[in-house]
Design a protein around this ligand. Structure first.
Ligand code: FMN
Length: 306
């Protein structure tokens, strides 16, 4: 797994998936400091100046490389891309849509582009447009889903066979077993969201972290939003909505996403999380999470470490 680390300039092939509202400078810096690759979220940001401030804040706490996520649905995406270029960000993950002109713009300015996809056709199209890597995200992942519906186990090897650029496996990975499985499928690295959401450094409210630690294998569900689905925890508010779906109510619930994650108001709207929360039972530090994935003992053990 080193084509990816060379490309991103990090020690380990572990990306922290961008998470709206919570992948803030502290989480991103903690991941990059621990040898992974932190990624700032920009989806809920409407003012590019705020992205600039977040990049500066991240740089004030780490000298390690980190990236920015840009999403197709944000009307300010081109302005955000300009900030990325102006601020000298080395790598961007693109998700929730694909834009050849955006890929071209970033590429021309020397920005490494990783495109998130949920199917093989989108992976091939992104490679043809010049992206540097593909993030193949299976349907078990937390948050918004691309069109596809294939699980990570099924999707990743098919994307690996279809493209020549490095492939990052995303969705359903939280520990070394998942990391090794991704490597066996041909991935050059992994992207994790939910596991980092349940980390000590993540700003998410403790109530949200408790929900994750109590979750089992059936704890999440897909919520239809627009033309796609969002994987969320099956909290009472979600079950009530699914029993009586109504687009007006949905808009209202979705608009509370920030309050849900930051204030722990899980009664106000859905909380995005992946199926993998069923195997997350403990809040750990980002460093512990990464070192466990890489099988690095956190404390020197006599005889095993110099
Ligand atoms: C709370 C939450 C918010 C997310 N927000 C974004 C986002 O803004 N942009 C994005 O590309 N992916 C987003 N994702 C997806 C993650 O970046 C990542 O790909 C996904 O969580 C991987 O699956 P996992 O949860 O099984 O690890 C989000 C995921 C979660 C759990």
């Amino acid at each position: 797994m080193n084509r990816l680390t060379e490309m991103l300039g990090c020690r380990f092939p572990i990306l922290q998936g961008a998470m709206s509202f919570v992948s803030n400078p502290e989480l991103v810096a903690a991941v990059s400091e621990a040898g992974g690759f932190g990624v700032l979220a920009s989806a809920p940001i409407t003012d590019p100046e705020i992205l600039k401030v977040q990049i500066e804040a991240t740089r004030s706490i780490t000298a390690k490389p980190f990236g920015v996520n840009l999403v197709g649905f944000n009307p300010r995406t081109m302005a955000m891309a300009q900030v990325v270029v102006d601020m000298g960000i080395d790598a961007v993950t693109l998700s929730a849509g694909f834009s050849a002109s955006l890929v071209g713009f970033l590429g021309e300015h020397g920005v490494t582009v990783l495109q998130v996809v949920a199917n093989v056709a989108h992976a091939a199209k992104a490679e043809a447009a010049g992206v540097d890597a593909i993030i193949a995200e299976g349907c078990e992942s937390g948050g918004a889903q691309g069109t596809g519906g294939a699980s990570t186990l099924v999707l990743v090897p098919q994307v690996v066979d279809a493209v020549t650029v490095p492939v990052v496996a995303a969705g359903g990975i939280a520990d070394r077993r998942g990391f090794l499985a991704a490597a066996a499928l041909g991935a050059s690295g992994v992207q994790m969201g939910s596991r980092f959401l349940a980390s000590r450094e993540c700003i998410a409210h403790s109530r949200c972290k408790e929900v994750m630690c109590r979750a089992d294998d059936q704890a999440t569900t897909l919520l239809p939003v627009g033309r796609s689905n969002v994987r969320v925890v099956r909290t009472p508010v979600v079950s009530e909505y699914l029993a009586n779906p109504d687009p007006v109510v949905l808009d209202h619930l979705m608009s509370a996403s920030g309050q849900v994650l930051l204030d722990g108001r899980i009664d106000l709207g859905p909380m995005a999380s992946g199926q993998v929360i069923g195997m997350i039972h403990e809040i750990k530090s980002v460093r512990e999470i990464i070192e466990e994935l890489m099988a690095i003992p956190s404390e020197p053990v006599g005889g095993l470490v110099d």
